[in-house]
Design a protein around this ligand. Structure first.
Ligand code: SF4
Ligand code: SF4
Length: 190
């Protein structure tokens, strides 16, 4: 038995009472009204906080699983390795269609954010691969963008993208010739 435990035993009732209190007077004060071991550590019986902790940990694990599973299911697992360093912005005028923020396209592909992809010029991309040489983790960017373009066109046909976003991209010439007919047709009929 440690010295600490011995002291506790000697002080009898008083010590037993503090075990179940939210404030432990033995614990050092960190901020006015807050002790270091207050609440979470000094309660012998804390099923509520334990279960809250479990629920929070479960929530974090579930959202992480979704973050990982989604790009894998969508066929763009490489996007998980993008750590958003933005080194690919160095492509600059080497991008023949003038896309300035390739990382936006990569991140939008990872989370399947069609609106963000279109706004960043994703449907303009001609998959030349010039930007890939700037990627510090050597992602196959043209392949990723190609897959996301197909997903975006499918989403457009399902009505999962607001019409105004498609119209704006169409007006501004942000759709390359591979998709222009499909988009024009959709705009006429939708
Ligand atoms: S692959 Fe697309 S984004 Fe990259 S440089 Fe070529 S056109 Fe631009
Ligand atoms: S350089 Fe590669 S890792 Fe960095 S943001 Fe661009 S795509 Fe992601």
């Amino acid at each position: 038995m440690s010295d600490e435990d011995t002291k506790t035993t000697k002080s009898g009732k008083k010590e037993e009472a503090t075990r179940h209190m939210r404030e432990d007077p033995r614990s050092p004060v960190l901020l006015p009204g807050i002790r270091r071991l207050q609440f979470f550590a000094n309660l012998a019986d804390r099923p509520l906080t334990l279960n809250l902790n479990r629920a929070v940990m479960f929530g974090i694990a579930a959202s992480l699983a979704v973050d990982v599973v989604k790009p894998v299911i969508n066929g763009v697992p490489q996007t998980l390795y993008c750590y958003e360093c933005r080194a690919c912005y160095g492509t600059q005028d080497k991008c023949p269609v003038g896309i300035a923020f390739q990382a936006e396209l990569t991140v939008a592909s990872r989370v399947a954010d069609y609106e963000r992809f279109i706004k960043a010029g994703g449907l303009k991309c001609i998959r030349c691969g010039n930007c890939a040489s700037y990627c510090v983790v050597n992602l196959n960017l043209p392949r990723i963008y190609s897959r996301m373009q197909m997903m975006t066109i499918d989403a457009m046909k399902r009505g999962a993208i607001p019409r105004r976003v498609i119209e704006k991209a169409f007006r501004e010439g942000a759709i390359n010739r591979l998709f222009i007919n499909e988009v024009a047709q959709w705009l006429e009929t939708a």
